[in-house]
Design a protein around this ligand. Structure first.
Ligand code: 6GU
Length: 242
C-alpha cells in the first residue's frame, strides 16, 4: 500500500517510521511519503492560509496551494487513490473504515490546520476520486497530523504480514462488535491478585464462555451504544442470560 501525507508539519509524521509501522515500511508492505505543503506556495512568505470569507476567527487554508500540491502528489503515482481529509467536522472513522482503507492501493492524506481547508478543494477532488472527510473522535485537535497517525496505524495493522499473528487483528475489540475483555499473563498471583481460575483450567469451552461474558459485561458498562448497534442475531441465548 502507498500512503502520501501532505502537511505543513512534516516532522509531526516522523512516528510513522517507528515500531510496527517502521517495520512494515522496511519490509516493503507499506510505502510512505510525507510532503511539505509549503513546497507548493507561490509567494516569498510561503503563505498557506488567508482570512475567511464571511468573517470570523481563525484562518482558512488556501485552495490554490492545496490544488497544486494534490495535483502533483496524485500525479506522481499511477495507482488509484482515495483522498482522506481529517477534520473534527468529518464523519466518525471506525474499524469498518480501517478494513475498507486496508483494501485500497493508495491513500492520500491532506492535513488541514487553522479553521480547515477551503471547501472547494474537497468538492473539486470528489469529482475525480473517492474523498472522505473523517474525524477520529468528539474532541478538537489543532490539526489533522495526529489523526493521520491514528488512521494509518489502524489501517496498517490490518495489512497481511504487518502483525506477527493475524489472529491479533481477527480477535481484537470491535471485530465481533464488542469490546475485548481483560487479559492476564504470569505470575499466577500478583500483589495478592490471582489470575481467574477458569483461564488456567484448560477447559477451552469454559474459557471461551468466560471471555464472551467479560466482553459483554464490559461493553454494557462502557459502550452501551455498541451493544445497541449489534445485528439482531449477534447475541445468542447464553449471552442474553447476562
Ligand atoms: Cl481528524 N482533526 C482535527 N483537527 N481534530 C479532530 C479530528 C481530526 N478528529 C477529532 N478531532
Amino acid at each position: 500500500m502507498r500512503i502520501d501525507v501532505v502537511t505543513i508539519f512534516p516532522g509531526y509524521l516522523a512516528p510513522l517510521r517507528e515500531a510496527l509501522l517502521g517495520r512494515a515500511i522496511g519490509s516493503g508492505l507499506l510505502d510512505v511519503a510525507v510532503h511539505d505543503l509549503r513546497d507548493w506556495t507561490h509567494d516569498v512568505h510561503q503563505a498557506v492560509d488567508d482570512s475567511p470569507y464571511g468573517g470570523g476567527p481563525g484562518m482558512v487554508m488556501r485552495p490554490q496551494v492545496w490544488g497544486d500540491a494534490l495535483d502533483a502528489v496524485l500525479a506522481a503515482d499511477e495507482r488509484p487513490a482515495r483522498l482522506v481529509v481529517p477534520t473534527p467536522a468529518g464523519r466518525p472513522f471506525t474499524q469498518a473504515d480501517a478494513h475498507a482503507y486496508a483494501a485500497e492501493e493508495r491513500l492520500v492524506f491532506a492535513c488541514g490546520r487553522y479553521e480547515g481547508i477551503d471547501q472547494r478543494v474537497v468538492d473539486h477532488y470528489a469529482d475525480a476520486l473517492p474523498v472522505d472527510e473523517i474525524s477520529i473522535g468528539d474532541y478538537v485537535l489543532v490539526g489533522g497530523e495526529v489523526a493521520v497517525l491514528v488512521v494509518v496505524e489502524a489501517v496498517a495493522r490490518l495489512l497481511p504480514g504487518v502483525l506477527g499473528n493475524p489472529r491479533s487483528a481477527a480477535e481484537d475489540s470491535f471485530s465481533d462488535g464488542l469490546l475485548e475483555g481483560p487479559s492476564y499473563t504470569r505470575p499466577e498471583v500478583w500483589r495478592d491478585r490471582p489470575v481467574p481460575d477458569v483461564l488456567r483450567s484448560g477447559n477451552h469451552g469454559a474459557i471461551a464462555r468466560w471471555r464472551r461474558d467479560r466482553a459483554l459485561e464490559r461493553t454494557v458498562a462502557r459502550r452501551p451504544d455498541l451493544l445497541a448497534a449489534l445485528p439482531p442475531d449477534a447475541l445468542d441465548k447464553k449471552d442474553r442470560a447476562l
